[in-house]
Design a protein. Structure first.
Length: 67
């Protein structure tokens, strides 16, 4: 996954693609947290970026479900 997701790219994806993107982002966040706990993570700001990406994806999913 990219460092920051483009909002227009997310809006153009289908609901199934967004759910796949969300699951991969959550898996990446878990791996980053694990690395951080074992002091193997060099760039701790990556956790924040992934959390924001997850929020973006969840927001787009909610918008698409309401539409």
């Amino acid at each position: 996954m990219k460092n920051s997701l483009n909002l227009t790219e997310l809006k153009n994806k289908s609901l199934e693609q967004l759910k796949l993107e969300l699951s991969s982002a959550k898996k990446e966040l878990f791996e980053l947290r694990l690395k951080n706990a074992t002091n193997q993570l060099e760039n701790t700001s990556k956790i924040r970026q992934v959390r924001k990406n997850i929020a973006r994806i969840e927001t787009i999913i909610t918008i698409k479900k309401k539409a």
